[in-house]
Structure formats: C-alpha cells, structure tokens
Design a protein around this ligand. Structure first.
Ligand code: GDP
Ligand code: MG
Length: 177
C-alpha cells in the first residue's frame, strides 16, 4: 500500500443520550448487543478495519457520552475528524429534531476545511422496535435538505445495515463516492 495515502480515519459518533450510539459501535466492532454501562463519561475509542475495494483502511471510532455538550471537550474530540455519524432513535421525535443542532455544533467545533462537503451519515436506530414515531420519509427529506447526507435504518439489537453503513462511510471518507 502506498504509505502516502491516508489509511486511518477518525469517525465521530454523536446524537442525543440513549439513542444507541454505544450499542451501535459495540455491535459493529464486537459483533454483539450488550447492555452498555450506564453513565459512561467522556469518550470511548475503538478501531475497526474495513475493506474498501482493494484497500484496507482503519476506522478510529469515537463514541461520545454526555460531556460532549461541554464546548472545550467536544472541540478536542471533534478536531481532525474525517467523518461524523449522526444517530437518532426512531421512537423518539426529540432525538430526530436534535439532529440539526448536533450537525451544526459539530461543524462549529470540528471546523473542517470544507464544511459543505463534510462526510456525515445519519443512522436511524432502533428500527427493531414496533413503536416507531419518525417515518422513513421524514428522515429522507431531512437528509436531502442537509446536502444529501446518506442515511441507513439500523438496529444495534439485530445489527441490520450496520456493515453496509460503515462501508458507505469508508467510501465517503476515501472520496470514492
Ligand atoms: P447512547 O447513550 O446513545 O450511547 O445509547 P446506548 O447505546 O447506551 O443505548 C441506550 C438504550 O437503548 C440501552 O438500553 C440499549 O440497550 C438500547 N438500545 C440501543 N440500540 C438499540 C436498538 O437498536 N434496539 C433496541 N431495541 N434497543 C436499543
Ligand atoms: Mg453511550
């Protein structure tokens, strides 16, 4: 592999508390659904290799918790991010409505070179539950208005669409799509 080509990508996972950020990362990286420890403070960090075309890249996944609201900590965490995953819970309208704020705050704190084309992704989580409130159509519309952010419906419980979502994110990070 050409060593000049970047192969480690920093991925930030944000969204309201309880939407399933920690569970999604655990499911993707550890292939299991477990009840996360309550009250995790600060940021969890893990890595996962992904095959994209004929390359292997490493995703450095930063799972934030609670304290990301504090400006100082979030700017330290967000700085240098290559991609950002916005998570909400399809059974919580508030968590969906909060996506604008999360996206805007991320851009302010991370200060990417090209905010208009920064690779975001939306994960509509907990689709395994039958008390869904936020419709697929609403999410599509929000993503379309937000400069066509790609969007996947996921469940940390059954793992649906997660591999696909991270593969798409990796391709975006490599700017293959
Ligand atoms: P975080 O605060 O965003 O990190 O959310 P957690 O990962 O801690 O999850 C909050 C709660 O939602 C926990 O009780 C999880 O077990 C549950 N949860 C997370 N993802 C899913 C999912 O896809 N389906 C269901 N049914 N429950 C989930
Ligand atoms: Mg968490």
């Amino acid at each position: 592999m050409n060593s000049e080509i970047k192969s480690i990508f920093k991925v930030i996972v944000i969204g309201e508390m309880g939407v399933g950020k920690t569970s999604l990362v655990k499911r993707y990286v550890e292939r299991r659904f477990s009840i996360p420890e309550i009250g995790t403070v600060g940021v969890n960090f893990c890595t996962q290799d992904v095959e994209v075309d004929d390359r292997v890249i490493t995703l450095q996944i930063w799972d934030t918790a609670g304290q990301e609201r504090f400006v100082c900590l979030s700017s330290c965490i967000y700085r240098g991010a290559d991609c950002c995953i916005l998570v909400f819970d399809v059974t919580s309208r508030i968590s969906f409505q909060a996506l604008d704020t999360w996206r805007d705050e991320f851009l302010i704190q991370a200060c990417p070179r090209d905010p208009v084309h920064f690779p975001f992704m939306v994960l509509a989580n907990k689709v395994d539950l039958d008390n869904r409130i936020v419709s697929n159509r609403e999410v599509k519309e929000w993503c379309r208005r937000s400069n066509n952010i790609p969007y996947y419906e996921t469940s940390a419980k059954n793992g649906c669409n997660l591999d696909l979502a991270f593969k798409t994110l990796s391709r975006k990070a490599l700017q293959l799509d």
